[in-house]
Design a protein around this ligand. Sequence first.
Ligand SMILES: NC(=O)c1ccc[n+]([C@@H]2O[C@H](COP(=O)([O-])OP(=O)(O)OC[C@H]3O[C@@H](n4cnc5c(N)ncnc54)[C@H](O)[C@@H]3O)[C@@H](O)[C@H]2O)c1
Length: 721
Amino acid sequence: MTTGTSSAEDRGAIRLDIGSDRVGHLVFDRPEAPVNLLSADVLRSLDSLIAQLESRIANGQLTSLVLESAKEGSFIAGADVGEIGGVSSLEQARTASAEGQRIFRRLERLRVPTIASIHGTCLGGGTELSLHCDYRIASDAPSTKIGLPEVRLGIVPGFGGCVKLPGVIGLQRALDMILTGKAVPATRAKRLGLVDRVIPRHERERGQREFVADVLAGRVPKAEPRLSARDRLIESNPLGRRVLFALAARRVREETKGHYPAPLKAIEVLSRTHGAPPDEAYRIEADALAELLVGDVSRALVRVFGLSQDAKRALSESVLETAIDVDRVAVIGAGVMGGAIAEIVAANDIDTVLKDIDRGALDAGLRHAAELLRKAARARVFTEEEAGLKLARIDGRLDYEGFEEVDLAIEAVVEKMAVKRHVFTELEAVMSPDSVLATNTSSLSVTEMADGLQRPELVVGLHFFNPVHKMPLVEVIRGNRTGETALATAFRFALRLGKTPVVVADAPGFLVNRLLGPYLNEAGRLLEQGLTVEAIDGVLLEFGMPMGPCRLLDEIGFEVATHAGREMERGIGERLAPPGVLDRMIEDGRLGKKNGRGFYLYEKGKSTGVDPSLADVLGPRSGEMEHSEIRDRCLWPMVNEAAWALDEGVVDSPDRVDLAMIMGTGFPPFRGGLLRWADDVGIGIIFEGLQKLESQLGPRFAPAPMLRELAGRNGTFTHPS
Ligand SMILES: NC(=O)c1ccc[n+]([C@@H]2O[C@H](COP(=O)([O-])OP(=O)(O)OC[C@H]3O[C@@H](n4cnc5c(N)ncnc54)[C@H](O)[C@@H]3O)[C@@H](O)[C@H]2O)c1
């Protein structure tokens, strides 16, 4: 988007156009890539273009400079995470940060007004680049989002973001943006003072031209942080700032339990750089980035980011090409999962039919979807108006009218093979012959479900996790007869919903629930041994799990957990047998969170603490066991089960296991995943530990052949040999 070009300089990923109006345009356009990234090469090009701009400005050839992107939907998506992962020393990290800072500060010193024109995602280094411009304008496109997500990679912004942002939007809001890593849409950015003007997405060229003209005519006042009188007072005095930093640090400590160093480091950087001379401030920032970048947590998080990128490329282009275009989706069953699945489909602007056989269930499902959309609007994921339009895409039905137009049906009816097969038979009769049938089953065989259908090759598993809008993983299950088209359609559809698909084989429990099985079972056995819920859950929370296994059993519900456990025992073997403790809880009328009575008690869906009367059902309790013993009892069988699953080809690599467990269960990302953690512990140690447990507690701990083999040759799951 440039005005008439009188001269152009092309440096690969960035182009300099100077229009006849003497407005310069630095256009970011990384060749053959969907988004722009600030790699070391791109930064070098930028540096040399800035040198050229300096001389052109000195010669009076330029009145102003606009920075923009030629990519639709992406301004600059940030630094190149691949390069971040390649940094191996403190010095290398510090130099890379200082170099980016130097180039951005050089841009800042140009003697013409500089304007970042943001359309699409503007993240990390992209935001930092824009912060070194005199002005920022943003399009109102839904894809326009501005943020500094560095903490999610275990680092802090290191190209001047920490130094510049507080001066633009104020200290508290800068802390909020940097600590949460959340990106804001254009309208919110305007309210924060992060952008000077929002321009309509369909008139971007004119809006940009007018803004430049207004700047040159002196009609755009220099923006100040938009703070209330109270915030201004707090932020402008040293005592107020000290309180702000202390409160932020306390909150961070509570939330991260000390597992993630980056947010605390960010607070330290913001406090030390406030009011410091610029050179010193930039140096403090570079030092902090370097320290974090070479640390274990950042390395683990960068790896996980890489794994999630790789997962998107799990299917070859030739397979992906066989996917059908999905314009209309049907979700069958409007229960807990169906309503939530319909919501994310509609949230992604895809027409959805939500069907049930029961009027009350259908209405409840529609209400659930509407509430989730309203929540997203409240969280400013989109506006109230957009939420209304998205909700209107969901058509609630009790019959199959219009199903001939449906490209993909996802059944989420009760977990009964006969009901599911009946639903598939009905769907096959009403849908077009090339449409795809997916099942959200968590424990039944996809292959068996397709038996007897006319087109079993079009049946695939699409296993979402609860809560659907929060859990990023979708297991795409390849049944024995699932064809490429069904697999590719499900995979591409999951990506379109912003989920991370992992392809798994049609084996009992698939991958994630199978690995959770021994973990939850062992927690149950520890309870049977007399341990307290507090001791078990406390140890695993301390380890970094989002909730302890007893709490997770409450969430799943004891009936569902025992049912799934028995299915896995039947299909895999005795080592997956569910513990008797769940039956005892059920016999006592305790079903878990769903009836407010599990290991914990619940009021209006919120836990009020561990049930003090548990001893009546389970016998006297004690917290006597080494923390490390509790942890290993629960986690080593999970590692062992992963080895069995890999051996059986349920999933294709240890890396995918790590990704799936993080995305599907919240296994602590800072540990890099289940098998990376196992490698860090030492496979030999886990192998011997399991052998010892086997001799003490029984054959369920017998190490899998793969574990024996790895231990025998001092191998690892996730490090290249
Ligand atoms: N709840 C979870 O945490 C979870 C997680 C992942 C997968 N799943 C799977 O998702 C599926 C649904 O689970 P749920 O928890 O939402 O169940 P649910 O009991 O809340 O909902 C099932 C719905 O299906 C409807 N239904 C039954 N027979 C039907 C038919 N013939 N046609 C249309 N609708 C019919 C029921 O009226 C009910 O509204 C199950 O296969 C389950 O294993 C559940």
